[in-house]
Design a protein around this ligand. Structure first.
Ligand code: E4P
Length: 218
């Protein structure tokens, strides 16, 4: 399973890249706003700065909601850097735009996916990734991980090339559940990724190894 980091914070992206396990980055307009990035030029430069840090795919989201606006923005974003994947919402105009952009060879990530039907249309339109939001489903007392199982099953039954990118991952257990459900990618906050390393037996074992070594070597 691939790991993307879900942030526009350059320090966190550098930290995840430095770990050596990072496959890409997802951003969204809220994450860009959180970093105080405003204005078209600053936004574009920020995407380029992210691409310079990581080796993998970097999702950059369109703001327009009309078809013409979405494809124009998508073409501009894709031209910024070869690593850019254009993030498009799962709306009627979004699906049309994904079809247009994929026909032009531009890679897309269909975002704000909350149902198997939305994932099906995005895959049929040629999306590179579909992003079901598991945390936001959990927030409404609906099982987000169950949607990952269902989309994984559909993609495998119909041999879609579209990659299943689990988004809105909120904690470490979500990552493990995404592995079990067959997600191709999980986009996560840095803390959730680092949480995978937490195990008291590792800490206890290491302490014992080091104290035994010290007894004979001091
Ligand atoms: C994914 O691409 C989105 O940016 C993100 O995962 C949304 O997560 P949230 O529901 O925690 O805001």
């Amino acid at each position: 399973m691939k790991f993307f980091i879900d942030t526009a914070n350059l320090d966190q992206i550098r930290e995840a890249q430095d770990l050596g396990i990072l496959d890409g980055v997802t951003t969204n307009p809220s994450l860009m706003a959180k970093e105080g990035i405003k204005g078209d030029e600053n936004v574009k430069n920020h995407y380029k700065a992210i691409c310079d840090i990581v080796d993998g795919d970097v999702s950059a989201e369109v703001i327009a909601t009309d078809y013409e606006g979405m494809i124009k923005e998508g073409e501009i974003l894709a031209a910024l850097h070869p690593q850019i994947v254009v993030k498009v919402p799962a709306t009627r105009n979004g699906i049309k735009s994904i079809k247009y952009l994929s026909t032009k060879g531009i890679r897309t990530n269909c975002t704000l996916v909350f149902s198997v039907g939305q994932a099906l249309l995005a895959a049929k339109a040629g999306a590179t990734y579909v992003s079901p939001f598991i945390g936001r489903l959990d927030d409404t007392a609906t099982d987000g991980i169950d949607l990952i199982y269902k989309i994984a099953d559909m993609f495998s039954s119909y041999n879609f090339d579209t990659q299943l990118l689990a988004a809105s991952v909120r904690h470490t257990m979500h990552i493990i559940q995404c592995v079990e459900a067959g997600a191709d990618v999980a986009t996560c906050p840095l803390d959730a990724i680092l949480g995978l390393l937490n195990h008291p037996l590792t800490d206890i074992g290491l302490e014992k190894f080091l104290s035994d070594h010290k007894k004979l070597n001091s």
